[in-house]
Write a protein that binds this ligand. Structure first.
Ligand code: NAD
Length: 360
């Protein structure tokens, strides 16, 4: 009997359903090649759920997600729901599901496909060969600490946000990052601000402690300001970066932009165990929804991350990534990444090229 995996599919809004459909086509090719079965359970999230169920995160969706081996998500949101109160906004569903699934590690790969290096805003020789992963702590730190507005002793408006981490929170993200480094090139850079912040000094000491269990992984530390500079000066030095929530928010976008278009950026959010949520970095792109021109690569690469990090199908993940690269090397482009817009292919055609490459 072939191995079976349960995948919760949340297409969402706008281009979400279009790009998710393409990723499923690619997964079906993988299923055949690997002799495995993917059982898909579809559920609503975001705007479509608000319209149909009266809430952006229906109970039924959460059940489907919790019972799955992995969750594949498109994107949520759109102008239709922009004026809604916060409990009826699509993003509330997204934040809700991340929280409910305990997704504390966010993975954002930044890979420069050789033939696209000339399109980068940095010099080609600086970015050619970049292949890194930013691991961001997602549920702690200053975004979740106590915050308040108050009047100070001189009657001025003032505000406070609290940056709190405990050693358990740091330890679990450290472990995740070391495991990921093991799946890659065994090089981990932990980014903090230990020269100023006490929470960073705790972070650094926990990283050092966990490092003893991973002697095969080379750990180094870098201050966040230095890291921001190194990312644009010499990005090839990085393999895996691990950092706290706010630093990761900023650095993952910086790293992603080294390599180009939002239509190509994948992400994964992981919990303890194998359950993870995989989604493109881009939003629901209402301006191009329904036109058949959305770039499916970000979602297809997110599906590849799912194979690697939730289903342990590393070889299949690598084959998808190679297929995407080979299609790009052939000069095939969707509108968002094409220099010659007239020659651009649509969503379905791009997927078909990737499938053809995958079958070779
Ligand atoms: P967006 O990422 O949807 O779009 C930004 C620009 O990039 C647009 O011009 C769009 O056409 C283009 N783009 C995005 N994905 C593309 C793709 N696959 N192929 C080609 N071009 C692509 O961001 P936005 O316009 O700021 O937001 C639109 C909606 O999406 C909003 O409602 C926002 O709240 C939501 N959003 C959702 C998520 C998510 O679901 N994770 C993330 C960001 C934004």
């Amino acid at each position: 009997m072939s191995r079976e995996y349960k995948i919760a599919v949340l297409p969402g809004d706008g281009v979400g359903p279009e790009v998710v459909e393409q990723a499923i086509k690619v997964l079906e090719v993988v299923a055949e090649q690997e002799q495995v079965t993917f059982n898909y359970s579809y559920a609503r999230l975001g705007g479509s759920a608000i319209d149909e169920d009266g809430t952006p995160l229906p109970e039924a969706t959460l059940e489907v997600a919790k019972n799955a081996d992995a969750v594949l998500l498109g994107a949520v949101g759109g102008p239709k729901w922009d004026q809604n109160p916060s409990h009826l906004r699509p993003e509330t569903g997204l934040l809700g599901i991340r929280k409910a699934l305990g997704l504390y590690a966010n993975l954002r790969p930044a890979v420069m496909v050789e033939c696209m290096a000339s399109a980068s805003s940095l010099k080609e020789e600086v970015v050619a060969g970049v292949d890194m992963m930013v691991v961001r702590e997602l549920t702690g730190g200053i975004y979740f600490g106590e915050k308040k507005r108050f009047q100070d002793e001189n009657g001025r408006d003032a505000a406070i946000d609290t940056l709190l981490y405990n050693e358990d929170e740091v330890e679990r993200i450290a472990r995740k990052a070391f495991e990921i480094a093991r799946k890659r090139n065994n090089k981990l850079v932990s980014v903090d601000k230990a020269n100023v912040l006490e929470s960073s000094r705790l972070w650094r000491s926990v990283m050092e402690r966990v490092a003893k269990e991973y002697p095969d992984v080379e750990l180094s530390h870098m201050l966040v300001d230095s890291c921001a500079m190194q990312l644009v000066r010499a990005p090839k030095q990085f393999d895996v970066i691990v950092t706290e929530n706010m630093f990761g928010d900023i650095l993952s976008d910086e790293a992603a932009m080294l390599t180009g278009s939002i239509g190509m950026l994948a992400s994964a959010s992981l919990s303890d165990g194998h359950l993870g949520l995989y989604e493109p970095v881009h939003g629901s792109a209402p301006d191009i929804a329904g036109k058949g021109v959305a770039n499916p690569i970000a979602t297809i690469l997110s599906a590849a991350l799912m194979l690697r990090y939730s289903l342990n199908l590393d070889a299949a993940a690598g084959r998808i990534e190679n297929a995407v690269e080979s299609v790009l090397n052939q000069g095939i482009r969707t509108g968002d990444i094409a220099e010659d817009k007239a020659a651009a292919v649509g969503t379905v055609e791009m997927t078909q090229h990737i499938i053809n490459a995958l079958k070779k």
